[in-house]
Design a protein. Structure first.
Length: 259
């Protein structure tokens, strides 16, 4: 027989007290991971040990473990040597979870650039001392992807993605993990947002000269470790990029209305 209360319609409903205890155990297990210095690949204590440790029923502990697995923080394995193991959540998975939160919300190009204009200059400055020759080589390699007119639709798409990847490389050298993640997420939004995809697929030539010039100047300023210049260049670059994207969106909207 179910332990859940029955609604007026005769169907079981979740017990708020039990749900709250499950959430408490989830938080306690997270604290255990930190206090015990557990790292990805390490195994959590066995289920029976967790029930004793948290003075909770087997079902409640299982729900807590399932919640952690859904969050991507652990993975469970059955059979000999099985159990719950600490998982290293990838940046891609974390972004997917965050994207799900924004799925039904209206996000505009201006919304994204409001944050990019504020954060991209900061993340570029924070990357200065960590940027190595491999990083500079990668930036030049990416510019080489889009410094010419595309031969076909696929190359046009690849060029737009490479433009965003340029900034992803810069952010990856930041010494601020949170700041780098947010910038990477904003760059991903520009890749995935429906209106952006429509813009990227338009056949019109893209005027990239000014943007590429900003990027070459940025690279040189980063080589000199000139933080003030890096911040200035990236600030101007983001303002220019927003203006270009908004103009392209306006052209797209006009054509939609005329059609």
């Amino acid at each position: 027989m179910s332990n859940y209360p029955i609604s007026k319609e005769g169907s079981p409903v979740a017990d708020p007290a039990r749900r709250k205890r499950t959430d408490e155990i989830v938080d306690e297990i997270k604290r255990t991971i930190i206090s015990d210095n557990l790292v990805p690949g390490d195994r959590l204590p066995q289920e029976k040990d967790l029930t004793t440790r948290f003075a909770a029923g087997k079902g409640t502990v299982r729900e807590a473990l399932k919640s952690l697995e859904v969050q991507g923080l652990i993975r469970t394995r059955t059979g000999p040597g099985g159990g719950a193991f600490i998982e290293s959540m990838s940046e891609t998975r974390a972004m997917s979870l965050l994207s799900n939160y924004l799925f039904t919300r209206q996000i505009s190009i201006s919304d994204i650039y409001a944050l990019r204009k504020a954060l991209e200059p900061i993340v570029a400055v924070s990357a200065i001392n960590n940027m190595d020759q491999a990083g500079f080589d990668k930036l030049h390699e990416l510019i080489g992807v889009y410094d010419h007119e595309p031969a076909d639709e696929q190359e046009r798409w690849d060029q737009r993605m490479a433009e965003l990847d340029f900034h992803g490389v810069v952010a990856s050298y930041s010494d601020n993990v949170l700041l780098a993640f947010i910038c990477h997420f904003l760059q991903r939004l520009l890749k995935d947002l429906a209106v952006c995809k429509d813009i990227y697929q338009r056949p019109e030539p893209v005027q990239r000269g000014a943007g590429i010039e900003y990027q070459y100047c940025l690279i040189e300023a980063m080589r000199r470790k000139d933080a003030q210049k890096v911040e200035q260049i990236m600030t101007e670059h983001m303002a220019h990029a927003e203006k270009a994207m908004v103009a392209l969106q306006a052209t797209l909207d006009e054509r939609f209305l005329s059609d």
